[in-house]
Design a binder for this molecule. Sequence first.
Ligand code: NAP
Length: 473
Amino acid sequence: MKMLLDGQWIDRDKKIDVIDPYDNSVIDTVPCGSNEDARTALSCVAAAFEITKKMSVYDRAQILYKTAQIINDRLEEFATIIAREGSKTINEARKEASRCGNTLIVAAEESKRILGETIPFDSFPGGEKRRGYYYRFPIGVVLAITPFNDPLNLVAHKLGPAVAAGNAVILKPATVTPLSAIKLVEAMVEAGLPPQAIQLITGYGSDIGDVLVSDERVRMISFTGGVEAGKHIAGKAGIKKIGMELGSDSPVIVWKDADLDLAVESCVSGSFWAAGQNCIGVQRLLIHEDIYDEFKEKFVAQTKQYKIGDKLKDDTDMGPMITEKEAERVEKWVKEAADKGATVLTGGGRKGALMEPTVLENVPADATIHCEEVFGPTVNLYRINDLDEAIAEANALPYGLLAAVFTSNVDVAFKAAYDLDCGGVMINDSTDYRLDSMPFGGVKYSGLGREGLKFSLQEMTEPKVICFNLPKM
Ligand code: NAP
């Protein structure tokens, strides 16, 4: 597949293989974009913004509706690409493709609600004869950098609101999963987006990132990825807006009065969705001691039922990790925890990129798997007996994306909701619940700003004040 620069789909002699991590087959290739290509993308953006800022809201919305329609009409094609280039099973991929259609429709709807308001200039002496208002103006050029784990919908979470707002975009998708992003851009162009309005560059972030990120023509970086790349980008960005959707270590409190079956089912799925490569995937389960043994027994039993293997088979529950190297890392972290005294209740094994769904208990506080984002199919169980201590434990790590609590006691739910330090608290759901239109983002190392169409549109637009001085009034 090709990249899109200056309105042309182009290839390069130097290519990157896109590999299916299940069987290591090469699915396709993409051009290995260079710094020169990055400069070409940047040199086109001023002209691109001249096009996009003049497009009417109607036209922008129609492009997004039509793109959603294309995706919905070819759902299986999009799902197959997601499943092949990434970790998701075909069922997980179908859900992502269908969510992507919804993301674009909501972006289209929100484009009609980019509102301003009148300003009471006469609220301070001297302003009696002034009248005015503000409206929200597109920010300009948005640089969208996306991760591998939701290779379609997380791209839509940037392109959808950027187009809805009237911005020009440079997109740099994850190098291991660029195909879904390219298909999405193709669909947008098919739906009527002027090809000059979007620059799509494939290539290694470590090579071409600095040129893109540090350029002054970029007015906003919308980044989703890991903390390390996030820190690097923030250090290079200079004076521009930065939206950061980073990692987490999602804690879930299971209180003694919880509906256990609901909690177990929801947390098993939340732990192992996309082979645990999910920014809101359950990592730490803090379980009340009164129900700990029963919860553990049911949780481990359900985990053992998981069928891992071929992503394209309808009855596969979990696919491989994104690369064998990543699976090796997780296996190593499990071994390190076990060496330090943790008990592996199930899993821990690995074959190639396929890491078994793994459940641990008695994990010591100095184990990497306790203190770092795992981003793999493992979950730690902890015994708790006091709500304040559980909340303190949940808040103890430097992340704060989503947290969750299972309880039938409204007081427990409210206390947890207020005291958990994060961007959102799910009550009687695991952390792995997200509606694409809700404000989504985190505190601490989990990020800066919020996504979720309406909120992304706020981030990707700026208020512009218009004031009429009317001395003859
Ligand atoms: P990553 O390694 O940080 O990469 C993310 C993106 O950043 C990729 O496109 C990558 O390009 C690019 N990149 C890396 N270094 C760069 C640089 N110096 N300059 C510019 N771009 C650079 O993350 P990942 O492994 O793809 O994704 C996993 C992480 O994303 C996890 O930490 C996860 O929690 C987080 N995540 C967060 C959310 C959220 O909404 N909060 C959602 C999903 C994932 P290359 O691919 O070429 O390296």
